[in-house]
Every structure is written in C-alpha cells, then in structure tokens.
Design a protein. Sequence first.
Length: 123
Amino acid sequence: MSHTLTHRVPFADTDASGRIHWSSVFRWVELAEHELLRAAGVVDVGPFPRRAAEVSYLRGLAAGDEVEIRLDVVRTGRTSVTYGWQVTRDGEVCVEGGHTVVHVDGDGRPAPWPVPAAVSPGR
C-alpha cells in the first residue's frame, strides 16, 4: 500500500540558508502517513511512536518548491509497520528515507496493530 501527497514547501520550513530545515521532512512524511492510515480505515492514527528513522538528503529544497511525498508500506509486523519514502521535485528524488512505527497500548507497551490487513504491503 502506498500514498502520495503533494506539498508546497512553506517558508517556515526553511533555515537561514534558504533551504529546508532537516527536520521538516519528517513532518511532511507524517502527514502522508496519517492520510495513508485513514485511507486504510485506521481512524485513530495514534499512538504510533517512532522506533527507528533514517533519511538521506540528495538535493536541496527551498520555500515555494512543490514536492511529492510518496510513502510505501515496506514491512508489517504484529505491532509495527516499516515505511519507505521519497520526496521528489519535478520527478527528481531530493530526499529519501524510512521509518518504523510501533502501535502501543495505554501503558506504552507494544500492542497488536489495529487493522493489520489494511496496511499490508500486498494490498
């Protein structure tokens, strides 16, 4: 399963160099993740703490750039989902990465994913 989100880089997401602040991409990807989960029928989009994250910045992005964020489900487990993602501008990959989230219960312990079949890679 995958989801693509179109986004325009806001000025607030840039730093003094005029390029995106390194952390901005994680917020954009989280927006795509929430849309993917809602499309899969997972209305409660939390709590899903991050267990691991990785990112590579390949091309600079600046305020006003229109980008596409593509989020793919790479692997599912009983309590976790691993995503891979790319941020592209005009078809060119500018940022790529991935992250793993774990569904937790009210005590913060790993708990079964709410709708495992809805986010499986084969769907």
